[in-house]
Design a protein around this ligand. Structure first.
Ligand SMILES: [Zn+2]
Length: 326
C-alpha cells in the first residue's frame, strides 16, 4: 500500500501493489510449514512448539529428541508425497459445534470466528495466514538442517523456489569441489580422504624434522654460549615465523639450568618479532617482567610468568641488542 488509509480517507483512492514473486514465495514457505509440521508429528512424533518464516530459511521448533538422518528422510518423503498429490487447500469458518468435532493439529489462538485451514486428507489447523490453493503450488520441501535449540529440536527448511535454489547452490559447490580434484563428483569423498591421509603423513614428517632441527640449532647455540655465572642469556632469531618451532627451541635451550632463552621469529625481515622467553631452573631472571618492561619501552605487547613469557615486538627493533637490555 502506497501511503496510509485512515477512517477519514474512505472516499480516497489508494494504490496497492503486490509483489507476486514475494507473495508466492511466502505462501510456499508458510503452507510448506503447515505440511512439514504435520509430517514431523505423524512420522517423528514431534509436535510443533513454534515456527518462524525467515528471509532465507524458515524454522520449526519441535519438542522431540534430535532427528537422525533416517527420520529426516522419512519426514521429507511424507511431506513431498502429499505435495505431489496436489491436494486442494480449503478455508473454513466452522460453527462452535463443527469446530468441536474437528481434529485440529493445534489449539486455536482465538475464541471466536476461528479460521481453519484444511489441506485435504492431510492437515487441519487454525490459521489466519495466506496459503496456496493446492499443495502442488508449495513446490518441493527440504529439511536444510536439524539442531538442538533450548531443549527443543529446531528444524530448518526450504520450500518451493528456495529449495531449488539451494539444490543449485549445492550442485555448483560440488562441481567446484570435483573440479579442484579433477575428478567426478562421486569421487570427491575418496579424494578428501586421500588428501587427509597425505596431510597427516606430511605433518608427522614435519614434526620429526622440526624436532631434529630444534636439537641441532639448540646445540649450536649452547656450544657458542658456555655458562658464564649462574645466568647465561642465549639469543636466537628464526626467519620462518614458525611460532611452534620458536617455542620448542626456547624450551629445549632452557633445559640447561643457567640459560635464559630469548627466541624471536618473524615471517619476513619487515615483520614483527614474535618472541618466546624461557628460563632454566637455576637462572635468575623474570621473563614476564622483562618482556613487559621491554614492550613498555619499545612498543609491542606481551607478558607471562617469571619462568616463561611470550609477546610481540615492533619490526624495526634489533632483537640481539634488545636482549642485552635490563
Ligand atoms: Zn497458515
Amino acid at each position: 500500500v502506497d501511503g496510509e488509509i485512515g477512517p477519514a480517507d474512505e472516499q480516497q483512492e489508494a494504490r496497492v501493489s503486490l509483489d507476486r514473486a514475494w507473495r508466492q514465495d511466502m505462501m510456499s514457505q508458510h503452507t510448506g510449514q503447515h505440511m512439514l509440521s504435520r509430517a514431523l508429528l505423524d512420522v517423528a512424533g514431534g509436535e510443533t512448539v513454534s515456527a518462524r518464516l525467515g528471509a532465507s530459511v524458515s524454522t520449526i521448533d519441535i519438542g522431540a529428541p534430535a532427528l537422525d538422518e533416517e527420520a529426516i528422510e522419512a519426514v521429507e518423503r511424507h511431506v513431498n508425497a502429499a505435495i505431489m498429490e496436489d491436494r486442494p487447500i480449503l478455508v473454513h469458518f466452522p460453527s462452535p459445534a463443527e469446530l468441536a468435532a474437528m481434529k485440529l493439529r493445534r489449539e486455536p489462538k482465538v475464541d471466536a470466528n476461528v479460521r481453519v485451514v484444511e489441506i485435504a486428507g492431510y492437515d487441519l489447523s487454525p490459521c489466519g495466514g495466506t496459503h496456496c490453493a493446492r499443495t502442488g503450488q508449495v513446490g518441493p520441501v527440504v529439511v536444510a538442517g536439524v539442531e538442538r535449540y533450548k531443549g527443543m529440536t529446531r528444524v530448518s527448511f526450504l520450500a518451493g523456489a528456495r529449495s531449488l535454489a539451494e539444490q543449485r547452490r549445492h550442485r555448483r559447490l560440488l562441481a567446484e569441489l570435483a573440479r579442484s580434484f579433477s575428478s567426478a563428483v562421486g569421487e570427491v569423498p575418496a579424494n578428501v580422504q586421500k588428501l587427509r591421509a597425505e596431510l597427516k603423513e606430511r605433518v608427522d614428517q614435519l614434526g620429526s624434522t622440526r624436532g631434529e632441527l630444534v636439537a641441532l640449532v639448540a646445540d649450536a647455540l649452547l656450544a657458542a654460549s658456555p655458562p658464564a655465572g649462574e645466568t647465561t642469556r642465549v639469543v636466537a632469531t628464526r626467519p620462518d615465523g614458525d611460532l611452534a618451532l620458536a617455542r620448542s627451541l626456547a624450551s629445549r635451550l632452557a633445559r640447561r639450568p643457567d640459560v635464559v632463552a630469548l627466541v624471536a621469529t618473524r615471517e619476513s625481515p619487515a615483520g614483527d618479532h614474535q618472541v618466546v622467553i624461557e628460563r632454566g631452573s637455576g637462572a635468575v631472571f623474570d621473563c614476564g617482567a622483562w618482556l613487559k618492561a621491554t614492550a613498555a619501552r619499545h612498543g609491542g605487547r606481551g607478558g607471562g610468568r617469571a619462568d616463561r613469557a611470550e609477546g610481540r615486538l615492533p619490526a624495526h627493533l634489533d632483537w640481539s641488542a634488545v636482549c642485552r637490555e635490563g
